[in-house]
Structure formats: structure tokens, C-alpha cells
Design a binder for this molecule. Structure first.
Ligand code: G6D
Length: 347
């Protein structure tokens, strides 16, 4: 196990550092202290060819100018909050309206835009990065001083663990995720349309025209949202199901996960043979298939375009503060918010 550290660039006069974790089986994960961004994951294909399997950039400017949250930690609250406001203990909090009249992914300066304090922890069979940040009371409109800790751990079993902790001095909201876009073809050789996804979920959240959950949980059975037996992503892109069309031809939906955390989510690229297994203690996963990934920029030499990557954002349900039937994202004063997700790569 090894860790390399290098200067990645400068943001507002502050140095951005890249940390590369390497295990003994050829897996490498590079992360920046800027936004706890995972910028590269190198894993072998079935022939042993080591290639990058996520979307990312090689300069700070590209992240600042073009990134739709590539690889970034998302918070204080992942997903949308309708009307960019919420009420807590008889007080109304106004949030940044950075997505129409709604609030998205923690606002204009969410956790993804912060340079986090970083510590490297090396053990015999794992290497880890421990990122910390004090999110001040009133930041992006949220109450409470929140001491945040994000821990990324690479093990010698080709498993990458993402663990979040938060403690607040006032009741607040907290729902953290990571927004990595996966593409298992290797170095973005192909789009993700033929990736086969399996999700152990029987229900998904219906969205309205602003991509806000209506509160209705719909059965996946008999629809392009049924991933229980494996399904190609293209099914949702080519589907006429109103929810696929509404999401911009594809998926942008929360799926309700069961209690059993064994191999809840499996993504496979049959051509390369690469498989990603995701396990989480979170109640939901938002599947976003890059339906809006368009723009006049390149991603390490590949022209940005739809369906070049997909996100598996394991998290609490979006807009939960406005949906009493969704698990709560309220964090009580002095309690510790904890969330953990594991990504295991195999061929
Ligand atoms: C779009 O609706 C999607 C979000 O789910 C995604 O996180 C964002 O693009 C990057 O707004």
C-alpha cells in the first residue's frame, strides 16, 4: 500500500493537493482536498489493462469551469430541496436558489467547493485520507456549526470505503453523498448505455417537472426502473415511460434500498469485464445517467456528451425535509451523523 501527494493547482490563492492511494493489486484512487473530489480510479480490465473508470479533470480550472460535481462530496444536503427553504423548530430557513427556484446539492458553495483539511493514515492493509471541515452556522442558509469528517479508505481487497461523520451544535439537516460518475469501459472508450445495472430495490421516487420527489413511491415491477434482475441503462434512455422522458431521457431517480446491505447495487461492463459492487447503510441511491452531461468542453480529451458516465449517489432521500413519509435527514444537536458506502471493483 502506498500514498503519493502532489500539488494539483491553485484555487483563490490556496494550493490544491492531489493524493493518490495505491494498493498491491494495481488499483489506484486519486482524490483532491478540493471538494474531496475523487478525480481518478484506475482498475484493471479482464485482460489486466489498467484504465481510469470515472469522469474527472487534470486541472483546477476545468473543475471550476465545467464540472457537474464530478467525483465531489455533496452537502450539507444532497439532492434538491423544494422552494430552497425549510422549517425547523418553528423557524424558516432560506437556502440558496441554485437550481431554478429550488436548492441543489448544498447550494452555490456546497461541500464540493471547499478545500478540506487533509490527513493521510497508512496501515498495513489500507491507506486512508481523512478530510475535515467546520461548516459554520448559517453557511448556505443552514443552521448550526457542523464539524464534518470525510474518510476515504482503499484496502488491499480492491475496496474503496467512503465514510461521513457530522456533529452540530444546533438541530440542522445533513444528508451527504459522493457524486462520482462511473464509466467502466476504461478511459471513456464508450458511453454507459450498455452497462448492466442491478439494484436490489422494489420502489423508486416519482419526480415532478422540476425533478423534485412528489412523495409517491412507485413500484419498479414491469417498468424500465426494474433493475432487480439486471438491465442495460439504454432501456431507460430509449423508454417512453413518462418518468424516463421527464428526467431528460434516462434516469435521475432515487431508488429505495432494503435493509440487506449485501451487494445491493452491481454495475457491469461486459466488454471490459469490469464490475463495481456498491454496498451502503443509506436508505436510497440516486441513479443519474448523465442526461444533462452536455457542454462545450472535453473530459481528458473526450468531448462531453450525454451518457458518458453514471452516478450512484447513495444517500438519504432528496427533499426529505418536505416529505414526512421519507426517512428524516434532521440531525439533532450533539448527535453524530454517520453514513458509509463501499465500492468494490472486480473483473
Ligand atoms: C442535474 O438533475 C441532475 C442532478 O441529479 C445531478 O446531480 C446534476 O445534474 C449534476 O441537475
Amino acid at each position: 500500500m502506498r500514498v503519493y501527494q502532489e500539488r494539483f493547482g491553485v484555487l483563490n490563492g490556496q494550493t490544491v493537493t492531489a493524493y493518490t492511494l495505491v494498493n498491491d493489486h494495481g488499483m489506484e484512487v486519486t482524490s483532491l482536498d478540493y471538494g474531496c473530489i475523487i478525480s481518478r480510479i484506475i482498475v484493471p480490465d479482464q485482460k489486466g489493462t489498467k484504465e481510469n473508470v470515472i469522469l474527472g479533470f487534470d486541472t483546477v480550472d476545468d473543475y471550476v469551469n465545467h464540472s457537474p460535481y464530478f467525483g465531489a462530496v455533496i452537502g450539507r444536503v444532497a439532492g434538491r430541496i423544494s422552494g430552497a427553504e425549510f422549517e425547523l423548530d418553528n423557524q424558516v430557513y432560506q437556502l440558496d436558489q441554485n437550481d431554478g427556484k429550488n436548492h441543489l446539492h448544498g447550494g452555490k458553495i456546497g461541500f464540493d467547493k471547499i478545500i478540506w483539511k487533509t490527513e493521510v493514515v497508512e496501515k498495513a492493509d489500507s491507506v486512508a485520507l481523512v478530510f475535515t471541515y467546520l461548516s459554520k452556522d448559517g453557511e448556505e442558509g443552514y443552521p448550526g456549526n457542523v464539524n464534518m469528517k470525510v474518510t476515504y479508505t482503499l484496502t488491499n481487497d480492491n475496496e474503496f470505503q467512503l465514510a461521513y461523520e457530522g456533529v452540530s451544535d444546533q438541530r440542522t439537516l445533513l444528508n451527504v453523498t459522493n457524486h462520482t460518475y462511473f464509466n467502466l469501459s476504461g478511459d471513456l472508450k464508450r458511453e454507459i448505455l450498455d452497462h448492466v445495472l442491478t439494484v436490489n430495490s422494489n420502489q423508486f421516487a416519482e419526480l415532478d417537472s422540476e425533478l423534485i420527489p412528489t412523495g409517491e413511491l412507485l413500484a419498479v415491477e414491469g417498468t424500465p426502473f426494474d433493475f432487480t434482475a439486471g438491465r442495460k441503462i439504454k432501456d431507460g434512455v430509449e423508454s417512453q415511460h413518462p418518468q424516463n422522458v421527464l428526467a431528460g431521457k434516462g434516469y435521475d431517480h432515487p431508488f429505495v434500498l432494503g435493509e440487506n446491505q449485501h451487494e445491493q447495487i452491481v454495475l457491469k461492463d461486459e466488454t471490459s469485464g469490469r464490475t463495481l459492487i456498491v454496498e451502503t447503510d443509506q436508505p436510497a441511491v440516486v441513479l443519474y445517467t448523465g442526461n444533462q452531461l452536455e457542454g462545450d468542453f472535453e473530459i481528458r480529451g473526450v468531448k462531453a456528451r450525454k451518457y458518458l458516465g453514471l452516478c450512484l449517489e447513495t444517500q438519504g432521500m432528496p427533499d426529505a425535509i418536505h416529505q414526512p413519509n421519507f426517512p428524516s435527514v434532521i440531525l439533532n444537536k450533539g448527535e453524530t451523523y454517520q453514513a458509509k458506502t463501499k465500492w468494490r471493483f472486480t473483473v
